[in-house]
Design a protein around this ligand. Structure first.
Ligand SMILES: Nc1nc2c(ncn2[C@@H]2O[C@H](COP(=O)(O)OP(=O)(O)OP(=O)(O)O)[C@@H](O)[C@H]2O)c(=O)[nH]1
Ligand SMILES: [Mg+2]
Length: 423
């Protein structure tokens, strides 16, 4: 199996909590606050690496959590930041927010990095809260939570030119001739079960990457047959070499095959239909080839360039490769790939910071921001609770409760904590 899809969970480490402590010195009865800050949690960072070819590793390991920051300590000592967790992915991996079509990033170059789960900032220790009015603060912050999300990884190989066609027409034989790729070649269908990449080097540094993909069959775009899964690997190629067994050695008609495969491309993605295509009439050395070639030319020579080749003898392959290279020079690289470095901004659904609802006699205040706040301050500590309530007032929760009709003595519930409402 060739693994080109994976779903993973990433979570940045939470920040360490701030510390509440006071100096205890021999001759100083009331030492000042000395609680240190919590350390930063590690981030989960994805890194594109040429050495990795598939997403196989993600079959076994799907969860990536960076370590949390260390808690703050006494004597103004800060907690240790924790290192980032680097996760390597193949070059050509698209990263999507799971369950959406939003592409967060396209990992197109070796070494490119993407922060997938940002680590949380450490909480401030009580030393930070000292002021002229409160010289002995008993409050400290908890660290921020690390960012967490589910991601879908989709590998789309980065090749310039793609070899497509029915099974057994000679695609692998062609790539083995023009590059160092050594795919399996045999006289049966679906010999190739995973895409092969090969580098084709022409004169004076001219070169391009060719991909040989498993044979497509009728119905491939409707998930019948093996080929469908691999069509995504020609999505980013700029030129397609459509290979036909022009001798019709398996009793099929190469002209019909050509139309069938093109329908598959169209059904898969209408974008592929318009990709520049060259017809490669292979197995020209076999009987029956010449007659079919004439028919093919009559039918398609105004629309397509046709190259008659023999992959076993090598005849015509050099001209074909030079032609492909010339086409590449004419087609800008950017036309089928995402924008620069594949970056695209993603708008994450905007939520109200909180909502106030009256349910069964209790005022419920819910919302991600409120929960984050509650987590930030360890409200079991009374001083922290006071500060939490002060912030609630600042962000307008109290006003909103009153506007909705809350009266003194009503119960307000926030994430499991209950408060009595009072002016
Ligand atoms: N006579 C002749 N035989 C060829 C030629 N090209 C390929 N073949 C033979 O055709 C058979 C299939 O070749 P492959 O290169 O494996 O075909 P493929 O298109 O990669 O097939 P799949 O991987 O199954 O999609 C092999 O037995 C090859 O030796 C050619 O130009 N002439
Ligand atoms: Mg093959």
């Amino acid at each position: 199996m060739f693994y080109d899809y994976a779903k993973v969970y990433v979570k940045g480490g939470d920040g360490g909590n701030g510390m509440v402590s006071f100096r205890r010195e021999k001759y100083v009865p009331e030492g000042g606050p000395s609680g240190g800050d919590g350390g930063k949690g590690g981030s989960v960072i994805l890194e594109a690496d040429e050495g990795i070819r598939t997403l196989l590793d993600f079959r076994f390991k799907k969860q990536f959590k960076a370590e949390r920051g260390e808690n703050g300590k006494t004597k103004n000592m800060h907690g240790k930041d924790n290192p980032d967790l680097i996760v390597k992915v193949p070059v050509g991996t698209l990263i999507k927010l799971a369950g959406t079509d939003e592409i967060l990033v396209d990992m197109v170059s070796h070494g490119q990095r993407f922060v997938a789960g940002k680590g949380g900032r450490g909480g401030k220790g009580n030393a930070r809260f000292s002021s002229s009015v409160n010289r002995a603060p008993r409050i400290a912050e908890n660290g921020n939570l690390g960012e967490e999300k589910w991601l879908e990884l989709e590998l789309k190989l980065l090749a310039d030119v793609g070899l497509i066609g029915f099974p057994n027409v000679g695609k692998s034989t062609i790539i083995s001739h023009v590059s160092a790729a050594k795919p399996k070649i045999a006289n049966y269908h679906f010999t190739t079960i995973a895409p092969n990449l090969g580098m084709v080097s022409l004169e004076e540094g001219k070169s391009f990457v060719l991909v040989d993909i498993p044979g497509l069959v009728e119905g491939a775009s409707e998930v019948v047959g093996l080929g469908h899964r691999f069509l995504r690997h020609v999505e980013r190629t700029r030129v397609l070499l459509h290979v036909l067994d022009i001798s019709g050695s398996e009793g099929r008609d190469p002209l019909k095959d050509f139309i069938l495969i093109n329908n598959e491309l169209k059904n898969y993605n209408s974008n592929l239909e318009t990709r520049p295509q060259v017809i490669v009439a292979n197995k020209i050395d076999l009987p029956g080839a010449k007659e079919n070639l004439e028919r093919l030319k009559k039918e398609f020579k105004n629309e397509y360039e046709i190259y008659a080749v023999s992959a076993v003898t090598g005849k015509g392959l050099k001209e074909l490769m030079f032609h492909a290279e010339k086409l590449l020079e004419e087609i800008p690289v950017t036309s089928f790939t995402l924008k620069e470095e594949g970056m695209r901004l993603v708008k994450v659904e905007e939520k109200e910071p909180y909502e106030v609802e009256f349910i069964e006699g209790v005022w419920q205040v819910v919302g991600p921001d409120i929960e984050r706040l509650l987590n930030k301050f360890n409200v079991a500590n009374e001083a922290n609770m006071d500060r939490f309530l002060l912030i609630l007032r600042k962000i307008g929760v109290e006003k909103e409760l009153r506007a909705k009709g809350a009266k003194n003595g009503d119960t307000v519930s926030i994430n499991g904590w209950e408060f009595e409402f009072m002016d």
